[in-house]
Design a protein around this ligand. Structure first.
Ligand SMILES: NC(=O)c1ccc[n+]([C@@H]2O[C@H](COP(=O)([O-])OP(=O)(O)OC[C@H]3O[C@@H](n4cnc5c(N)ncnc54)[C@H](OP(=O)(O)O)[C@@H]3O)[C@@H](O)[C@H]2O)c1
Length: 219
């Protein structure tokens, strides 16, 4: 599969790109700056080690990445979400688009979840580009773990969507990543709880000086 990473030069995009390339997918790193995307794709190729995996990376602008991919991952900060979507809305039409964004603010050393008026960043993005097939996922999977080839995270990626087929595809992609299990977390509106849980997770990791994540037990 051809995967596009919109804002793929940051830790989350890099980590997802690394895992998806290791799983055998072609990864197009997108950026506002083509040079930065190419540099990131070279760095990822070097980190991956094997020549076969290294060949799976390319770097280009966000617009080209959205245009060339089959599945897009949106990995920009919430503050840049709408501006970014406005530049790639045409390219995303009909495509599965995975929103990883957790809207957060840092106030006096504390992290807080921001609640968009739509209920979640996922629904806000869907309202902006209704022609895309929206999925929200990977909020509680730490980039740090994704970025280490060979690390076994032993965590869940909670996946929300109103599109059954897109939901299954993204659960499948999560299952292909090392140490990650894709879990069906229901309708897209449930993304608000995952986005909020990210603030809790960051706070708890600070308390424990850890890099923990979330796992759903009992299934
Ligand atoms: N970090 C994690 O552990 C983690 C885990 C789960 C989910 N997430 C979510 O994943 C998203 C990305 O996280 P991150 O830590 O990788 O973020 P980041 O490093 O702050 O940003 C990722 C990339 O987005 C682009 N960008 C930055 N500001 C932008 C703006 N105003 N408009 C458009 N593009 C902008 C930059 O790429 P260019 O300058 O190259 O365009 C940057 O490299 C966030 O929404 C976060 O909530 C993160």
């Amino acid at each position: 599969m051809n995967i596009g990473l919109i804002g793929g030069t940051g830790p989350e995009g890099r980590g997802l790109g690394m895992q998806l390339a290791l799983a055998g997918h072609d990864v197009i790193v997108g950026s506002r700056d083509e040079g930065r995307a190419i540099e990131t794709s070279r760095e990822l190729a070097a980190t991956c080690g094997s020549e076969q995996t290294a060949d799976r990376f390319a770097g280009t602008t966000n617009v080209n990445a959205a245009s060339q991919c089959e599945v897009a991952f949106l990995t920009v900060p919430y503050s840049g979400m709408l501006t970014t979507l406005q530049t790639i809305s045409r390219q995303l039409r009909g495509k599965i688009c995975v929103n990883t964004i957790a809207p957060l603010e840092f106030v006096s050393g504390h992290v807080r979840a921001i609640s968009p008026s739509t209920g979640s960043a996922a629904e806000e993005a869907e309202r902006e580009v209704p022609e895309a097939r929206w999925v929200a996922a990977f909020h509680t999977v730490p980039a740090r773990g994704l970025l280490r080839p060979g690390s076994r995270l032993n965590t869940d990626a909670f996946v929300c969507s109103n599109d059954e087929d897109a939901l299954k595809t993204v659960i499948g992609l999560a299952d292909e990543m090392q140490g990650i299990r894709g879990v069906n977390a229901g309708a897209l509106e449930n993304a608000r709880y995952l986005e909020g849980a990210t603030a809790l997770l960051i706070s708890m990791n600070r308390i424990y000086g850890a890099h923990g994540s979330l796992k759903f037990v009992g299934i």
